[in-house]
Design a protein around this ligand. Sequence first.
Ligand code: ADP
Ligand code: ADP
Length: 230
Amino acid sequence: MSFIQLKDVTKVYDSKGVSFTALQKVDLTIERGEFVSLMGPSGSGKSTLLTILGTLNPPSTGKLMIDDIDIYQLSQERRADFRYSYTGFVFQQMHLLPYLSAIENVMLPLSVSKYSGKEQLTMAEQVLDKVGLLNKKHRLPNEMSGGEQQRVAIARAIVNNPPIVFADEPTGSLDTKTGEEILELFKSLNKQGHTIIMVTHNPETVEYVSRVVVIRDGLIESDTYRSKGE
Ligand code: ADP
Ligand code: ADP
């Protein structure tokens, strides 16, 4: 049994009476420990694929199995519980709350958890340490660089230790060097066991990932495994 299985997934969007097929009968299997980059032209269906895999966007037909659970057969509430315990999300815009410090932003997902306040603080400090920002834990987002803000967003995404991390253009608003540092960070998280699925236009990403899936016109155009080279 594979970890993540997308089976025969089609997604049709309807807007103003016009329907558009964003994904056509896509099959994709991802194992634990993979670091996958989803690439392709704008409008090819990458975000649609990411949100379907991310349990956020029910397909029109077909199904998503994760750990043998038929995700879109779950009730909304159980799917939200699943998402909380299995996934973390990182975006191009970091979506940090501007009036909360780094550590407060990282603790946010834990506010609905079973952990005590003290445990939440320890967990947040551990992940801030992992992303190299423990010494800036009391800074507000606007007191940090773009790369640092993205590190905080990554810490927030992994504070609950989710098996899967989804990222949508995480280097899109960063300069080349900072983008490389963020890709290094994802690579180290991948080595620590997180399965990572990333949408990107950044060609440098292929040097960091274990697999490149190219989407075009709602179809998988190519699917290439890479040796990680070390
Ligand atoms: P990206 O930069 O990822 O390619 P897009 O600009 O294609 O993003 O889309 C941004 C958001 O708008 C997405 O959440 C997408 O689902 C939504 N969207 C894209 N195209 C349409 C459309 N024709 N009608 C309604 N929503 C759309
Ligand atoms: P990509 O991420 O590769 O740019 P998307 O998955 O965002 O592609 O979009 C694929 C196609 O589906 C685009 O033509 C887009 O306009 C359309 N689309 C995306 N989201 C919506 C939506 N919510 N409503 C209508 N059309 C959409």
